[in-house]
Design a protein around this ligand. Structure first.
Ligand code: F3S
Length: 388
């Protein structure tokens, strides 16, 4: 791999062993993939932040780096941790508060912005063509597809290494010739009456090449759920969104056209609540966007309290403080609000029979990780199931 004189000095340890180690990780992965140079990045987003996920080995790895007091060389954000930073949730168990605090201290001490969210683009929307090194599959696919930024699907350690060095390997989705849409997907009108994450689950499972999606005008929160579902059920990191993905950040060479029918996605609707079941409604995977908060306020205004189960809403701490009047309304309706975390990366205080969510990603992981029955429903259906 070609390295500039500055990168050579870093690799030799002139700036300390932490930077040398971080660059070595990037160079080794890049060489294994056939990359011949590095590229500068402007934003790293580090996943693998939750103690529930990374445990003691991950904590030790981070603390070893932090002991040398390095600083991130680029703007760096971090994914959700495993605790509710608002300390109000009755659904999320804060049992690892102390361990999570050690992780947070290391990352923030190295210079990360304490956003604790999987929608880092809310804090800093990337520009078309901008090179990034992001972990968190739902954020990666959103950055590439919605903003036309360029990032591969990095693991937590690689994103951390890029935050420290300011570089990543030039390969994969950093190269325009790898951003070629080959399958055109048309979504039939009936699917639009349901959460778009249903379509995302099907595309993730069934399409291997980069898809181009013809979607009717849809709110950002639906697009975020659609892309997150694709990235969860498949290995997608880019979908060209016709009319949305900025021109010049992708190419097209359509080989096949698929029309997605409601009958294809129906099976993902999953479970519906029986009368005796305890239901956990869940909104906020990926983290709740202000658009969703506005809809939730409208839906919840007419109710006083849940009739069965709880409605959990997860969001970044900053959105909760910016939209504090909506948050207060939700709290007055006994909505359980958890900040900077989510049920997938944390521990739940008690077991529910069924989770009802608009998120295909939560559908995919809550069944696998927590063994929960999960159903997919619209925001309106979720609220009505719990409050009527
Ligand atoms: Fe975010 Fe947790 Fe879903 S990290 S994408 S809310 S699994």
């Amino acid at each position: 791999m070609y390295l500039t004189p500055f990168q050579e000095r870093m690799l030799k340890g002139e700036f300390g062993w932490v930077y040398a180690k971080a660059l070595e990780i990037i160079v080794k992965v890049g060489e294994a993939l056939g990359s011949d140079r590095l590229v500068e990045i402007s934003h790293a987003h580090v996943s693998g932040v939750s103690y529930s996920n990374i445990g003691e080995p991950g904590l030790d790895f981070l603390r070893d780096f932090y002991r040398e007091m390095p600083r991130f060389r680029v703007y760096t954000t971090i994914n959700p941790g495993c605790v509710d930073y608002g300390m109000l949730s009755q659904v999320i168990d804060n049992k690892y508060l102390g361990k999570q605090a050690l992780i947070d201290e290391a990352l923030v001490g190295m210079g990360a912005k304490p956003v604790f969210t999987c929608i880092p683009y809310y804090h800093r929307p990337p520009l078309p063509g901008e090179h990034l090194a992001w972990g968190e599959s739902s954020a990666v696919i959103f950055a590439n597809s919605y903003f036309g930024a360029m990032t591969n699907r990095e693991g937590g350690p690689l994103a951390l290494a890029s935050a420290l060095t300011g570089f990543t390997y030039y390969h994969g989705l950093h190269e325009l010739e790898n951003r070629v849409a080959r399958v055109l997907i048309k979504i039939s009108p009936l699917i639009y009456n349901k959460p778009l994450s249903l379509a995302g689950l099907w595309i993730g499972e069934n399409v291997r090449k980069v898809p181009m999606l013809e979607i009717k005008e849809k709110p950002l929160y639906e697009i975020k759920a659609l892309l997150a579902a694709m990235a969860a059920s498949g290995s997608h990191a880019l979908a060209v969104l016709d009319g949305i993905t900025p021109k010049g950040t992708y190419k097209t060479s359509i080989e096949e056209t698929i029309t997605l029918e409601f009958s294809d996605v129906e099976k993902y609707i999953g479970e519906t609540p029986g009368t005796s079941e305890t239901v956990l409604g869940y909104v906020g995977c990926p983290h709740t966007h202000p658009e969703e908060l506005v809809i939730l306020r409208r839906l919840l205004e007419k109710y006083r309290e849940p009739k069965r189960g709880r409605l959990l809403v997860t969001m970044p701490p900053e959105i909760a403080s910016t939209y504090s009047s909506i948050v207060r309304l939700l709290l007055s309706r006994k909505v359980d609000i958890a900040l900077g975390t989510c049920p997938v990366v944390s521990v739940l205080r008690k077991k529910y029979d069924l989770m009802l969510t608009n998120s295909g990603k939560a559908f995919f992981y809550m069944r696998k990780i927590h063994g929960l029955k999960v159903g997919i429903a619209s925001l309106k259906e979720i609220v009505e199931s719990i409050y009527t």
